[in-house]
Design a protein around this ligand. Structure first.
Ligand SMILES: Cc1cc2nc3c(=O)[nH]c(=O)nc-3n(C[C@H](O)[C@H](O)[C@H](O)COP(=O)(O)OP(=O)(O)OC[C@H]3O[C@@H](n4cnc5c(N)ncnc54)[C@H](O)[C@@H]3O)c2cc1C
Length: 378
C-alpha cells in the first residue's frame, strides 16, 4: 500500500488521504475531520504509516478493525457502492414518477399535472402586462373570465374559469405570452369564436385564455392559386362575404356555427352542412403558423399544395383543440362558387328515412352525368 497512491485518489474532487493508516468508522462528519487531520499531519505521514505497519504486524492495534484497516480498495468500494445505490434509487424514483405521470391507460393511473398556484399566476399576469407594454393586453374582469370559461352553447361546463384573458395582436406577442406562461407553469387556453359545443375552451386549471379577437385580418388572397392567408379570428362568414365583395368567384365551404372563426375551426376540425360535398376542416388547411407552449413559433408547411412533404404536421394540429399550440396564421384552400345551387326543405317520417334519402342522393350523384357509364364502356 502506498501513501502516494492514496494521496492521488479522488472522490468528487476531494483527495482521499492516508485512510489506510487510521482506524475509524467513516461518517460524513469524521471524513471532514479526517481530511483536516491529514493536512495537519502531512509531514509525519511516513511515521504514521510505519506505525500502522508495526501495529498491524504485532497485533497491538485496537482489534480486528485495526488489523484489517481501511485500505484503498475498501474505501473506494464503500464509496462506489454508496454512489451506485444513491444513483439507482434516485433514477428509479424519477422513472417511476415520470411513468406514473405519463400513464394514461386508465384514469386511476393518471397523475394530474402540477400547474402554477394562484400567486404564480398573478406574477405571470403582471409580467405579461410589462412584456407587452399594454395594460389592455390582459384582462381579469369577472365578466370577461366568465365569457371565456362558460358557454350556453356547450353541452358541458365546469366550475373553474381562467384567471385572466389575454388579447394579443401579433404572433410575436402570442409567443411572449406563451414564454411567460411556460416559465410559471400557467395553462394556456386558446379562444376564437367560442361556439364549440363540448366544453372545448374550458379552463379546469385556471390559467390564461388567449383570445385572438384583435387578430382578425385577411392577410393575402391568392386568387390564381385559389388560397387565402388569414388570422385566427376571421369568421368563415366574414371571409365569404369578403370573397364575394371582391368578386373572386371563390368561397370557403366549411360552415359550422355562424359565429365560428378559423382558429377555432382548426382547433375542432369542424364540419358543417357542406361537409358531404366538400369535406371537413382538415381538407382545407394548407399550412399553419403555430406558437408552441414554450413560445417557439413554427410553420407546419409552405404554400405549395404538395402533400408528400415530410411530417404531416397539419394533421397533428387540426383537431387538437388548442392543446398542442396556438394557431396564429392559417393558409386555406378556396373552392369555386358553383354556377348553380339551390336549397330544398324536405320532411321525413323518421331519421332513418332522412339518412337513407341522403345516402340515396349521394349514390345517385355518383352516377351523374348519365353518359359516364357509357364512357367507361368505351
Ligand atoms: C349553432 C351551431 C351550429 C354548429 N354546427 C356545427 C357543425 O355543423 N359542425 C361542427 O363541426 N361544429 C358545429 N358547431 C360547433 C362549432 O361552431 C365548431 O366547433 C367551431 O369549429 C368552433 O369554432 P370557434 O371559433 O367558435 O372555436 P372556439 O369555441 O373558440 O374554440 C374551439 C377549440 O379550438 C381551440 N382554439 C380556438 N382558437 C384557437 C387557435 N387560434 N389556435 C389553436 N386552438 C384554438 C379552443 O381552445 C377550443 O379547444 C356548431 C355550433 C353552433 C353554436
Amino acid at each position: 500500500m502506498s501513501v502516494c497512491r492514496l494521496g492521488s485518489a479522488r472522490i468528487a474532487g476531494a483527495p482521499i488521504r492516508a485512510w489506510a493508516s487510521r482506524t475509524l468508522t467513516v461518517t460524513p462528519q469524521n471524513s471532514v475531520f479526517f481530511s483536516r487531520r491529514w493536512n495537519s499531519s502531512r509531514t509525519s505521514n511516513t511515521t504514521t504509516t510505519a506505525k500502522a505497519r508495526v501495529e498491524s504486524a504485532t497485533g497491538t492495534g485496537r482489534g480486528r478493525g485495526d488489523r484489517a484497516g481501511w485500505n484503498t480498495f475498501s474505501v473506494v468500494a464503500v464509496v462506489s457502492a454508496t454512489a451506485v445505490l444513491v444513483y439507482g434509487y434516485a433514477t428509479s424514483q424519477a422513472n417511476s414518477k415520470t411513468a406514473k405521470e405519463r400513464d394514461y391507460s386508465s384514469p386511476a393511473k393518471f397523475v394530474a399535472p402540477k400547474y402554477a398556484d394562484i400567486g404564480d399566476m398573478e406574477a405571470a399576469i403582471k409580467e405579461i402586462r410589462q412584456a407587452t407594454g399594454d395594460e389592455d393586453t390582459i384582462s381579469t374582469d369577472p365578466e370577461d373570465l366568465k365569457a371565456h370559461g362558460y358557454s350556453e352553447w356547450s353541452s358541458t361546463n365546469i366550475d373553474g374559469l381562467p384567471v385572466a384573458v389575454a388579447y394579443p395582436k401579433t404572433t410575436a406577442e402570442v409567443s411572449k405570452i406563451a414564454k411567460i406562461c411556460y416559465r410559471y407553469r400557467v395553462p394556456i387556453i386558446p379562444f376564437s369564436g367560442g361556439s364549440s359545443l363540448e366544453g372545448n375552451f374550458s379552463a379546469p386549471y385556471g390559467g390564461v385564455s388567449v383570445d385572438f379577437a384583435y387578430m382578425d385580418q385577411i392577410l393575402k388572397l391568392h386568387e390564381e392559386d385559389m388560397d387565402v392567408v388569414v388570422q385566427p379570428s376571421v369568421s368563415w362568414m366574414d371571409l365569404n362575404e369578403q370573397l364575394a365583395k371582391r368578386q373572386s368567384g371563390l368561397f370557403f365551404p366549411v360552415d359550422p356555427g355562424p359565429s365560428a372563426k378559423i382558429g377555432g375551426m382548426v382547433g375542432t376540425n369542424c364540419s358543417g352542412t357542406n361537409a358531404v360535398r366538400y369535406g371537413t376542416m382538415k381538407d382545407w388547411v394548407i399550412n399553419l403558423t403555430v406558437v408552441l407552449a414554450d413560445g417557439t413559433v413554427i410553420k407546419t408547411k409552405r404554400r405549395p399544395r404538395k402533400t408528400s412533404a415530410g411530417y404531416n404536421l397539419n394533421s397533428l394540429f387540426v383537431g387538437s383543440e388548442g392543446t398542442l399550440g396556438l394557431v396564429t396564421e392559417i393558409t386555406l384552400k378556396l373552392a369555386v362558387v358553383p354556377q348553380e345551387f339551390s336549397v330544398a326543405v324536405v320532411t321525413f317520417p323518421s331519421i332513418r328515412d332522412a339518412a337513407s334519402a341522403a345516402a340515396g342522393v349521394m349514390r345517385a350523384a355518383s352516377k351523374w352525368p348519365p353518359w359516364r357509364s357509357w364512357m367507361k364502356c368505351k
